[in-house]
Design a binder for this molecule. Structure first.
Ligand SMILES: [Zn+2]
Length: 273
């Protein structure tokens, strides 16, 4: 029995060669979450699908969507290629990392319309010049609940107050106010601005950010703290993050946080290919 093709909307998040003339195109779709499609004949000269399946294209497509295994891509009805990830290697690296991280949080085929919209807002944000590192931090913080880590970032995790200086404590599972700082020698010793942005990022809607400027010291602290949280409690470290780490751009003005006596756990590599 022939399978019916359906319309779907999606963002191309990856493409790789498959067999002699075909390719696999991975989408974050609005309707079905992440789905991998076989695009037959894509590598043949003048293949129509080649131009509409470049990474970070958003479009309306037609294909046979299967509940498991490879789906099949037929045609595109209308597409838009985001400019920043195509023209800027840094924006490309962060966009790749952001979608890799979302993919680690949700199995293929699980509908995640909210994260489809968020992913689209990330690409729109990159195209209007938002800082890719900041967008990555926002996604990292907002993804924590999906990874089963839901840090208390609203009020003090111990006493519930929100009117005192705060620091981050992994032991307490979130922010703690200065009245309890003595209880956790491993608290992060994060600056007030860093804590401010962690709280703000946990609730911000990327579509509503017009511009955001964060100094390099605060950016370095955010990077260090989120790396620590991901290493200690999430364990997700996509391959694309290694490239970002190797860029080293973020740490030009890096001032190390207070030393932590407990050795950090090794980051594990959960990349699936
Ligand atoms: Zn407190």
């Amino acid at each position: 029995m022939a399978e019916a093709a359906v319309d779907f909307t999606g963002i191309v998040v990856g493409r790789q060669d498959y067999r002699e003339h075909d390719a696999l195109v991975r989408f974050l779709t609005q309707q079905y979450g992440f789905k991998t499609f076989i695009a037959r004949g894509l590598k043949r000269p003048k293949a129509k699908l080649a131009g509409v399946t470049l990474p970070f294209t958003l479009g309306d497509y037609v294909g046979v969507v299967r509940p498991t295994g490879l789906s099949q891509l037929r045609t595109a009805k209308g597409t838009h290629l985001f400019r920043a990830p195509m023209s800027d290697i840094i924006a490309n690296a962060y966009a790749t990392y952001i979608f890799d991280l979302i993919r680690m949080a949700f199995p293929e085929g699980q509908a995640i319309p909210k994260w489809y919209t968020t992913g689209k807002n990330v690409l729109l944000g990159l195209d209007r010049g938002l800082d890719p590192a900041v967008l990555a931090n926002i996604i990292e913080i907002q993804l924590l609940p999906a990874f089963g880590v839901a840090p208390q970032l609203r009020v003090c995790a111990i006493c519930g107050r929100d009117d005192r200086p705060m620091d981050y404590s992994e032991a307490a599972g979130g922010l703690i106010c200065d009245r309890h700082w003595a209880q956790d020698p491993h608290r992060f010793h994060a600056g007030a601005k860093t804590i401010y942005y962690m709280r703000r990022f946990s609730v911000v809607n990327i579509a509503q950010i017009q511009s955001i400027k964060i100094n390099n010291t605060t950016k370095a602290e955010l990077r260090t703290i989120l790396d620590q949280i991901y290493s200690d409690t999430v364990g997700a470290y996509p391959r694309s993050k290694r490239f970002i780490d190797s860029l080293g751009q973020w740490n030009q003005d890096f001032k190390p946080l207070a030393p932590r006596t407990e050795p950090g756990k090794e980051a594990s590599d959960d990349d699936d290919q």
